[in-house]
Ligand binder design. Structure first.
Ligand code: FES
Length: 112
């Protein structure tokens, strides 16, 4: 299983094969959550974050996804100083790429 390290101020978006993840803050902790909408894979990081209902509305067809659901399937992170470390699931060799994207579906200050 590949171990990746990244600075969340420089990279907030991870592509692992055909899966995508973005950083967001839930319950005062930062998680790497799946970006692929459960409906048809839309980009949840571009959705509308409702901090009162703790939901993200997918920008493609409007599916409302609870942050609890995202949190349950989030990639666990370990922190060393300001560096995030994640262990990625590996079923076969897949490309890994980090990006810094503008995140609309985040409540978080400091990791945009
Ligand atoms: S892909 Fe997200 S609602 Fe359809």
């Amino acid at each position: 299983m590949p171990v990746v390290k990244f600075d969340p101020h420089l990279s907030n978006f991870l592509m692992h094969g055909d899966r995508r993840f973005f950083l967001t803050s839930l319950d005062n902790s930062i998680f790497l959550v799946a970006d692929n909408c459960p409906h048809r894979g839309g980009p949840l990081h571009l959705g509308y974050f409702n901090c009162q209902k703790n939901t993200i509305t997918c920008p493609w067809h409007g599916l409302v996804v609870s942050t609890n659901r995202l949190q349950q399937n989030a990639m666990p992170l370990v922190w060393r100083n300001d560096i995030a470390i994640a262990v990625l699931p590996q079923t076969k060799p897949q490309s890994i790429a980090f990006q810094h994207r503008h995140l609309l579906a985040t409540s978080e200050v400091g990791i945009k």
